[in-house]
Design a protein around this ligand. Sequence first.
Ligand code: KMH
Ligand code: ZN
Length: 308
Amino acid sequence: MPNKVIITCAVTGAIHTPTMSEHLPITPDEIAEAAISAAEAGASILHLHARDPKTGKPDQSAEAFRPFLGRIKQSTNAIVNITTGGSPYMTVQERVQPAAQWQPEVASLNMGSMNFGFFPLLAKYKEFKYEWERDHLEGSRDLVFRNSFKDIEYVLETCYGNGTRFEFECYDISHLYNLAHFADRGLVKPPFFVQSVFGLLGGIGTHPEDVMHMKRTADRLFGSDYRWSVLGAGKDQFRIATQAVAMGGNIRVGLEDSIWISRGKLAESNAQQVVKARNIVEGLGLEIATPDEAREMLSLKGGNAVNF
Ligand code: KMH
Ligand code: ZN
C-alpha cells in the first residue's frame, strides 16, 4: 500500500508528568477518551501506558490497563499497542505484565539499553503538583533504560506465543543492528514494524541526516521486510514527521512524546496532534491507513484475537 501512512498515537507515556500539561491524560477515563478521540481523528494504532489516577505516576500493573482497554475496544476499530517499555525505572518483569495478560495485537519492544535523560526538563518548572515528579526528572541523570539481549528475549518469549507482534523501538542505529541479530536467529518474523525514535537525550539526534541515516541503515539491513515509522520527541515532532512521511515512512504522534502543538503552545489534546499529522500526510498527496489497512501492512492477528 504505497500511498497509505499509518498514524500511531501514544496518548500518555511515562516521561511527561502532570505538572507539564493539564492535557496529559491520567485517569482511565481520560486515557480512554484521549485514545478514542485520537482514533476518530485518524490514528490507526493507539500506543498505551497506564498511570495511577491519584498521582499520575506510571503504573505498569496489568490491572491498571483493564478499565480503558475494554472501553477502547468497544468504541473503535483501532489497533491497541500495549507498552512493554513501561517506565525506564521499572524492571523488564514488571514491564511485560500488561502485554502478557491482555495479549494485544501489538506491544512495544525496546531494542537496546541506553542512558535516558529527561532531567533537562527540571529547569522549566519551579514547583510540581506531586512529590514524585521532581525525583523522576532528577533521577534520570543516573538512569539506564535497561534492555539487554536477555531482556529482549524475555519479552519475545512471553508475548510471541500469544500472537502479539511488535513495535520495535529503535533509539539509535545500533538498535537496528540488534533487531537484525534477532531476525538472523529467527526469533522475530517480518514484516518488522520499526519505530525510530529521534531526539531523546541518550539516543540519536534530530538532524535531517540522522533521519536519513536511520532509514538508509534499515533499508540495508531489512530491505522490503520492514515498515518504517518515526517519532520525534519534543519540539521537533512535526518537522521530523514531515521528513519521514516525505521519505515514505509512517508516523507516531501523541502527548507521550511531545506535549506541544506548535512552538511554545501546548497541545490541547492527542486528537489535535493527530489532526495535524493527518493534514501533513494529506498535504503531501498521501492517505492515512485505516486500522484494517494497518493490520494488513503489519500482518496482525486481528482486533478480536486479544484478551480484553
Ligand atoms: N516514549 C518513547 C520514546 C515504550 O513504551 O516501550 C518510548 C516508548 C517506550 O514508547
Ligand atoms: Zn511508550
